[in-house]
Write a protein that binds this ligand. Structure first.
Ligand code: Z2T
Length: 808
């Protein structure tokens, strides 16, 4: 674009923008608040997207290609405005124009609410997969719930987590389009009976409670490619609402109650990551978006296919993200049989052909098991179909493996009064996959071993990936520019091209530029920390970061105990030779997970102890940043030196922050778990610091009831000291951590924290030595970026496309 072209475009943009400001605020630019500036910019951008959106949809309708639909109870999309602007290639026009108008682009972006429609990795993965599908011009869309309140906002008060409602819609949301004309009725409760209608056995559902599902569509835009896919989120509304013609008093109160009961379904996201709690409202949510989403997909398919569902199995992929959407199987059967008049066998073939399933955890407490009683009352027809699916499945097992009641029982979808949703998902899908290679192996050999024996061909593995747009290009612009000036820009559309960085692996000029960028990113985070919690941290210290949900298996506790141990060493010897370190934590605990909340309290208590002690605080500091969400995550990764990935081996299915850190040049300090193993393979043993038990070792101990944590305690005086400090008043009067102490000693340390303690302190020592050699460290850091290509979600999506969504 030449200069006069550009200035013309900027003039045009400024004109449009000023006009928009007047429209949204009734004020001229000078009097418009930053919120109004944001709203005007968002609306302008949305107008530019709409044309390409309509075009993409028209293309998909004109030549119906295979369409993929991600069904997920979470989509953690993050802020969108800056992504849209960059994806449209408008970043220069917009930033320069706003600058010339005297406006602050960053401040405008900060007005956008960050939709917290997910708990963590699982929901964010879906957002990365939508981003990558659009970036690769693949027709893939999302289907989920438009929660009125997302994941709670976390505040830290007196070292403790306080939850505040997340009212992300309070200023409206400019990137959704409400489509009431595409509403669907979802039926709960009632009775089903078989009727003979014109000689056909037909199932009739009566006396049900209808709820209206209203879709809101959000555009998912590709990178510089004019593809715009859709994320459809469903909102629950009462039918007719207050429009009932006349009210007597009783009807009026009934109508009001109906209204709030209906709205309850999409009112709030359940804040548990990887823990099943069996609530009726959650079951309603699960059926809600499954039923509404499938209804629209089927009717859209029929519209493009001469009003017939023929060929649905070859043209439509329904991908279920963990088991929350597992009712897709029985619901598709219901639609094909009850609404389209197909027989069981034809319906079954199409259902299995279109369904595929990803599992995200092996933690037994996360496996969904709904009570038969609850499900059969709430969803009588769906339950009936599940019974029939199970009856036929067991019949087939009996044929292939006669006289094997143990097998039948262990694989049964319904048993002991519960519906096992993972079993349902496997039986109704042609593919089941884990999210990293170790995880998939554990699924085959342990978690779903019985199913693996019966359906070996259904088992796949796709290692997770993350969006390089969101987690490298847009959140780390300085690094992006350095990459472009060094290796050209092919990496922007093929992240494997980052390997070209290896040409600079010994180049001191490159090192200098690279380290200057890392330092500047760290200074930015340091500024944020001082603004938020008033703590001054040294940008030249090692930024050692663990950000993720707080969970015992993720072992934030191991990190915290190591800091306490380091504090003790420094108290003994304030001149201890070590590179200064800043330990940074962020993450939310599920509101009912008291142990995790105690861990947050402990980290904050250690922070207070350490940061306030002048004999140690030039060497170490600790920061707990409240309210970890996508926006905060984007600020953190570019500033990291060390990526803490220290889960008990075998427990973290994949992890994805490990990949986001790696892309930004952090070195992984991790166990051989999840995708850490693949990161280690990619960078080689000299460019990662690994430690601790392997998953085989963990599982061997667990076969015999775990290891004996008291033995370790008795052998290791460092551990004795830190554990005593948990309960001896070290953190001040009234603050003691008996629950943590008990879990480690009395309850035998189920996550092997003490068992791995020594290996972890050794590994931390290695990190210190490596970091103090700037050349070695820089080389490690750059190698991590260079080898991060395989962790792009573009690669994951190509794998799904090739291995799972293509009929072989
Ligand atoms: C979640 O974020 C994950 C698994 C779950 O199992 C639930 C939630 Cl909310 C039901 C995570 C895994 O813990 C993590 O290892 C993985 O990287 C991520 O899903 C995406 O696959």
């Amino acid at each position: 674009m030449d200069a006069s072209d550009k200035s013309q475009q900027k003039d045009a943009f400024k004109k449009e923008f000023i006009k928009k400001i007047e429209e949204v605020s009734g004020n001229c630019l000078a009097d418009a608040s930053v919120l109004k500036q944001y709203q005007a910019l968002a609306e302008l951008v949305m107008e530019k997207i709409s044309a390409e959106w309509a075009q993409t949809n028209m293309q998909y309708n004109k030549q119906p290609t295979k369409q993929v639909y991600f069904f997920s109870i979470e989509f953690l999309i993050g802020r969108l405005l800056n992504s849209y602007i960059n994806n449209l290639s408008l970043e220069e026009i917009v930033t320069e124009s706003l600058d010339e108008l005297g406006l602050d682009y960053e401040a405008i972006l900060a007005q956008e609410s960050d939709p917290g429609l997910g708990n963590g990795g699982l929901g964010r993965l879906m957002a990365c997969y939508l981003d990558s599908s659009a970036a690769m011009k693949m027709p893939a869309h999302g289907n989920g719930i438009r929660y009125k309140y997302g994941l709670f906002e976390q505040r830290i008060i007196n070292a403790e987590q306080i939850e505040v409602a997340d009212n992300w819609l309070k200023n409206g949301y400019p990137f959704e389009i409400r489509k009431p004309d595409k509403s669907v009725i979802v039926k709960y409760y009632g009775h089903v009976h078989a009727e003979n209608i014109n000689g056909n056995l037909t199932f009739v559902h009566e006396d049900y409670e209808p709820i209206m599902a209203v879709p809101y569509d959000i555009p998912i835009m590709g990178y510089h490619n004019k593809t715009v896919n859709s994320l459809r989120l469903w909102s629950a509304e009462p039918i007719d609402g207050f429009d009932l013609p006349t009210f007597n008093q009783g009807q009026f109160l009934y109508a009001v109650r109906q209204k709030s009961e209906a709205e309850a379904i999409s009112q709030i996201l359940y804040p548990n990551d990887s823990g099943f709690d069996g609530k009726l409202l959650r079951l309603k949510q699960e059926y809600f978006f499954v039923c509404a989403g499938l209804k629209r997909i089927v009717s859209h398919y029929k519209r493009n296919n001469s009003n017939s569902v023929d060929g649905f199995g070859e043209k439509i992929c329904i991908h279920i993200n963990d088991t929350h959407p597992a009712m897709c199987g029985p619901e598709l059967m219901r639609i094909f049989m009850d609404e389209e008049g197909l027989g069981w066998n034809d319906a079954w073939k199409m259902t299995v052909a279109s369904l595929s399933f990803t599992n995200h955890t092996v933690m037994p407490e996360a496996l969904e098991k709904w009570s038969v009683d609850m499900m059969s009352k709430l969803l009588p027809r769906i339950y009936m179909i599940i019974e029939e699916i199970n009856r036929r499945f067991i019949e087939e097992l009996d044929l292939n493996y006669p006289n094997d009641p143990d097998r039948n029982h262990s694989l049964s979808i319904i048993k002991d009064g519960q519906v096992h949703m993972a079993n349902l998902s496997i039986v109704t899908s042609h593919s089941i996959n884990g999210v990293a290679s170790l995880h998939s192996k554990i699924l085959r050999e342990e978690t779903f071993h019985g199913f693996y024996q019966v359906f070996p061909e259904r088992f796949n593995s796709v290692t997770n990936g993350v969006s390089p747009r969101r987690f490298l290009m847009y959140n780390n612009p300085k690094l992006k520019n350095l990459l472009n000036e060094s290796i050209g820009n092919e990496w922007e559309t093929n992240l494997f091209q980052l390997k070209r960085l290896l040409n600079f692996i010994n180049d001191p000029v490159f090192y200098e530029k690279y380290n200057a960028i890392k330092l500047s990113n760290k200074s930015q985070l340091a500024d944020y920390i001082s603004r938020r919690i008033g703590l001054h941290v040294d940008p030249t210290s090692i930024f050692d970061i663990q950000v993720k949900r707080i969970h015992e298996y993720k072992r934030q506790l191991l990190n915290a105990l190591h800091i306490l141990y380091l504090y003790n060493r420094l108290k003994e010897n304030p001149n201890l030779e070590m590179a200064p370190r800043t330990f940074i934590f962020a993450g939310k605990a599920a509101p009912g997970y008291y142990y995790a909340k105690d861990v947050i309290k402990l980290i904050n208590a250690i922070a207070e102890l350490v940061n306030g002690d002048n004999t140690v605080n030039t060497k170490i500091k600790v920061a707990f940043l409240a309210n970890f969400n996508v926006s905060l995550a984007e600020k953190i990764y570019p500033a990291a030196n060390i990526s803490e990935q220290i889960s008990t081996a075998g427990k973290e299915a994949s992890g994805t922050s490990n990949m986001k850190f790696m892309m930004n040049g952090a070195v992984t300090l991790g166990t051989m778990d999840g995708a850490n193993i693949e990161i280690a393979e990619a960078v080689g043993p000299t460019n990662i610091v690994t430690f601790g038990l392997t998953s085989e070792e963990v599982s061997n101990y667990n076969k015999y009831g775990g290891y004996r944590s008291v033995d370790i305690f008795e052998q290791d005086p460092r551990i004795q000291q830190v554990l005593h400090q948990l309960v001896d008043g070290t953190f001040g009067f009234g603050l003691n951590f008996q629950s943590i102490y008990d879990s480690l000693l009395l309850y035998n340390d189920p996550y092997f924290v003490l068992k791995d303690f020594n290996a972890y302190t050794d590994a931390q020592n290695r990190v210190d030595h490596l970091y103090r050699n700037e050349q070695i460290w820089t080389k490690m850091s750059i190698t991590n970026i260079a080898q991060s290509g395989m962790f792009s979600s573009d690669r994951s999506i190509s794998d799904y496309q090739r291995e799972i969504w293509t009929v072989k």
